[in-house]
Design a protein. Structure first.
Length: 175
């Protein structure tokens, strides 16, 4: 076999490894990423998930990023991003928060959607379409735009949405 064929074969085997190492950002603009990844906060990636959570994520959300969801979440902009961020300290404790990012004149504006909480392993975020939803406690919501789910894949989940105004609301959709 010629040297060029060996190089081609090596490149084909290396491609999947390289693509897994690249962060998944699901269309998040560089300016938005720079705005949220500050003070050692990082966007939740597939590599951050536990083995069990990663299996569930891959089965239910193939090709999506567990730390970024794009949609029409905010009444302030047609397109926005929900970003799950984690912070690890020297004792390997993990804190997570969720930020809403809207782009105004190509500049990111951020707003805390879910406050900081200590976790064992990261939760994920993903988008739901607008519509009518029912929580496990019987809570009913008619959601006028996209909503997002913030969940521990092998555990509880809550759905978050902005009502007709600028108020963020939530209800539990699974335990």
């Amino acid at each position: 076999m010629s040297l060029s064929k060996w190089i081609l074969i090596a490149a084909l085997f290396a491609a999947p490894v390289l693509s897994q190492a690249e962060p998944c950002l699901s269309g998040l603009p560089d300016a938005a990423r720079a705005a949220v990844e500050q003070d050692n906060w990082t966007i939740v990636q597939r590599e951050d998930l536990s083995e069990a959570d990663l299996r569930v994520w891959k089965n239910s959300h193939q090709g999506e990023c567990p730390g970024v969801a794009e949609g029409n979440f905010s009444p302030k902009a047609k397109s926005s991003f929900v970003v799950a961020l984690i912070l690890r300290d020297f004792q390997k404790n993990v804190t997570e928060k969720v930020v809403l990012v809207t782009m105004k004149k190509n500049r990111p504006e951020t707003e805390l959607a879910v406050t900081n909480m200590s976790i064992a392993t990261p939760y994920v975020v993903w988008k739901l379409a607008k519509g009518r939803y029912l929580g496990i406690d019987g809570t009913k919501a008619n959601i006028p735009r996209n909503s997002f789910v913030f969940e521990k894949l092998v555990g509880p989940a809550s759905q978050y949405y902005y009502d007709g105004g600028n108020r963020l609301r939530t209800f539990v959709i699974s335990r």
